[in-house]
Write a protein that binds this ligand. Structure first.
Ligand SMILES: [Zn+2]
Length: 225
């Protein structure tokens, strides 16, 4: 997942630099402006800093039509996207090719990956903690996913599956296995991680393999005799 950092200039209208409390929810939005790009929307938030119309708006992330992800506000700062939920949520705006508001496949895939990553890092449950702007204020946002509850349910399910895949990949399981060293079978601990078996160098030691530590160079040593 490739995230482009294009942080907004600190300002009271779109990046107030208020500390975000514990992240409890991820709020999904549509930008509500068909065909506009992620950069267009990022620059809109940036432009609010002059305060011409005193509009308060921003989000942490914007996912573009090609699936690009732009970060506008650091995750530990409040963004102005979901009223009362601003203090405890991360906001993601999503671009859309038409006014129907359905996300393109590329946008959808990036959104799913981003949501799964955030859920993993903050230990959130996509079933309950992934919400729409609509769920906070009743606003028709993100439009297509308010009108089509099954599409919204599928999005949450897809994030759940992506989250499971991350957990599986990140979880290391220590088991014991046997290894044959110069004809002698020994039991050793192993960790299976990303398809590779890891065992401790120290477990390989026997009368022919001396495993030590060089305190001067501060590195492990192996001596075959
Ligand atoms: Zn919204």
């Amino acid at each position: 997942m490739n995230i482009q950092k294009m942080l907004l200039t600190p300002n009271r209208y779109s990046r107030p630099q208020i500390k975000l409390g514990t992240v409890k929810k991820v709020v999904v939005h549509w930008v509500g402006n068909a065909t506009s790009t992620a950069v267009n929307n990022r620059n809109y938030f940036e432009g609010l800093k002059v305060g011409t119309n005193k509009v308060y708006a921003s989000s942490h992330y914007i996912v573009g039509l090609e699936g690009e992800i732009i970060q506008c506000v650091p995750e530990d700062e409040v963004a102005y996207h979901a009223n009362d939920a601003n203090d405890y949520s991360i906001g993601i705006e999503n671009c859309h090719p038409t006014w129907e508001g359905k996300f393109s496949e590329a946008t959808y895939d990036s959104l799913v990956a981003l949501c799964a990553d955030i859920c993993y890092r903050y230990k959130l449950n996509p079933k309950t903690d992934l919400i729409r702007h609509y769920d906070v204020t009743g606003k028709m946002c993100p439009l297509y996913y308010v009108k089509n509850t099954s599409a919204w349910q599928k999005l949450k399910d897809d994030v759940g599956a992506a989250l499971e895949a991350i957990v599986e990949e990140e979880t290391s399981i220590v088991t014991t296995t046997k290894i044959n060293i110069n004809g002698t079978v020994k039991e050793v601990e192993r960790i299976l991680y990303n398809g590779f078996n890891y065992i401790k160098v120290r477990d390989l030691a026997d009368e022919h393999i001396i495993v030590g530590y060089d305190a001067v160079e501060k590195i492990p040593t192996i001596e075959i005799i």
